[in-house]
Design a protein around this ligand. Structure first.
Ligand code: KIV
Ligand code: ZN
Length: 519
């Protein structure tokens, strides 16, 4: 049997749809580019019928990413499939992913359909998808709680219609490895035309078994694994990509399979996702947690110093963790910065470098030692400064014991300086209120977090905020040695995203008006 395991990444679909993990258009494109660098085989870019935003981002990912297959999700209906294809048709390698639930629980309580109706819907969906796109994946939602005879019958029928991949989700994370492996083995043995399709596993982590179940599926003949970076996803998440990729690499002799994943891009992918979503990984998370390669106990440290084989089953370098080293200081030039970013794997455009250098010189002035992690944080601090963006010019705050926290904020927009003051529950709240008065945009703060990215009392703090404006959620982030300034910049970053989204919407409406006037 083929030993190649295809990695189907669903960070931008199953991951992004879970609470706290939403990304805007630009963030999804950035993540997709990183997934391409990670060498995933398939990127599930979204669920095009779900919203206009999802549609647009799937379309853009399809246009920009040329080295991965791009999949879009659809329910088993013509409308969903047509919409998915509208977005996917720009891809070099498009795949329509259509699904319907097959367990009696879902049929009775959710779909209110008979097994025969669902069978017919599945066939019609795959037939229609196949008329548009050669690569069609079919998923039986809640497969692990479905009747196995019925499952095999449906799979045989959809493969006969041309499904190229059949996916067997453990939708509610209920299965245990032996049981899930048996389901996959039964499908491989009983479905007569199974060799015409790739069998795929898609496991949720409700019992903490998503990776174990996925590997049990591989033992039984599955050749595609669906997973997400940092294991984000519905409820307790999906199987974690980094754990799967490193298990397969580290235990190659046992598992006898391999993936195309460039494991040295794992850490960067994990960091980028945390920065974009504000969803940090737990310290002791396997592979990408802060403690994953830290040896604290004396006996362990002694062993590792004598020979790393004693306690280290894989190296931090193999997942792209470079020990944070002192790299640059305030005398370092633009060229040195460019070179260091290149060593870290970031090829910056002239404009990006200019911006990074501007932030770098400020930070190097404030703190003597600038570490790799600081440099990465600087990059994540990027704001697409368009014409309409607000830029922080000045900030003055008063706060302390027995004083009313007050902030005066000056913003610059299109050359004009705007200033206002406000009081609040604390200095950050006061500054946010002042920004609200200046911009006229009132946002509801949904999430706020600060994380230090390197060492020392002058470490850079990465601030992340999530705000709701006009019913939409916008993320904002900033990196600064001063947490109040960082908090204000992060808030402004989210406001600028909202302004950008309004601007794009207005542009689209104008285009549509022009088009309909021309007709
Ligand atoms: O968990 C699940 O069943 C899914 C399907 C839509 C593939 O995400
Ligand atoms: Zn899922």
């Amino acid at each position: 049997m083929n030993s190649q395991i295809y990695i189907f990444d669903t960070t931008l679909r199953d991951g992004e749809q879970s609470p706290g993990c939403s990304m805007n258009f630009d963030e999804k494109i950035r993540m997709a580019r990183q997934l391409e660098r990670l060498h995933v085989d398939v990127i599930e870019a979204g669920f095009p019928i779900a919203s206009e935003g999802d549609f647009e981002s799937v379309k853009e990912v399809a246009k920009q990413i040329r080295n991965c297959t791009i999949a879009g999700l659809s329910r088993a209906t013509k409308g969903d499939i047509d919409r998915a294809w509208e977005a996917l048709k720009f891809a070099a390698k498009p795949r329509i992913h259509t699904f319907i639930a097959t367990s009696d629980i879902h049929l009775k309580h959710k779909l209110r359909k008979s097994r025969e109706q669902v069978f017919d819907d599945a066939i019609s969906a795959v037939r229609h998808a196949k008329s548009l796109c050669n690569d069609v994946e079919f998923s039986c939602e809640d497969a692990s709680r479905s009747d196995i005879e019925y499952l095999c019958k449906i799979l045989e029928a959809v493969i006969a219609e041309g499904a190229t991949v059949v996916n067997i989700p453990d939708t509610v994370g209920y299965a245990v490895p032996d049981e899930y492996g048996t389901i996959i083995r039964t499908i491989v043995e009983r479905v007569p035309n199974i060799s015409k399709a790739i069998v795929s596993v898609h496991c949720h982590n409700d019992l903490g078994l998503a990776v174990a179940n996925s590997l049990a599926g591989v033992y039984s003949g599955a050749r595609q694994i669906e997973c997400t970076v940092n294991g984000i996803g519905e409820r307790a998440g999906n199987a974690s990509l980094e754990e799967i990729a490193m298990a397969i690499r580290t235990r190659q002799e046992k598992l006898g399979v391999n993936t195309a994943i460039n494991t040295e891009e794992i850490y960067r992918s994990s960091r980028l996702l945390s920065t974009l979503t504000g969803m940090h990984v737990q310290r002791n998370k396997a592979i990408v947690g802060e403690n994953a390669f830290a040896h604290e106990a004396g006996i362990h440290q002694d062993g590792v110093l004598k020979n790393t084989l004693t306690y280290e089953i894989m190296t931090p370098q193999s997942v792209g963790i470079k020990h944070s080293t002192l790299v640059l200081g305030k005398h370092s030039g633009r060229h040195a910065l460019k070179q260091r970013y290149e060593e870290l794997g970031y090829a910056l455009s002239g404009e990006e470098l200019d911006r990074a250098y501007r932030i770098f010189t400020k930070i190097a002035d404030e703190k003597k030692q600038v570490f790799d992690d600081d440099l990465i944080a600087i990059l994540q601090d990027e704001v697409s400064i368009g014409e309409s963006a607000y830029v922080l010019e000045n900030l003055q705050v008063t706060s302390g014991l027995n004083v009313v926290p007050t902030a005066t904020v000056s913003l610059k927009r299109s050359g004009e300086v705007l200033q206002d003051s406000a009081t609040g529950d604390g200095p950050v709240d006061a500054a946010y209120r002042a920004i609200e008065r200046i911009t006229g945009i009132s946002g509801q703060l949904l999430d706020y977090s600060i994380k230090s990215v390197s060492w020392g009392h002058d470490a850079i703090g990465e601030v992340f905020v999530k705000i709701a404006i006009d019913g939409y959620v916008f993320n904002g982030r900033s990196a600064s040695t001063d947490v109040i300034t960082g908090s204000v910049k992060a808030y402004l970053n989210a406001i600028n995203h909202a302004v950008g989204a309004r601007h794009r919407k207005e542009q689209k409406q104008t285009e549509l008006q022009k088009e309909s006037a021309a007709v």
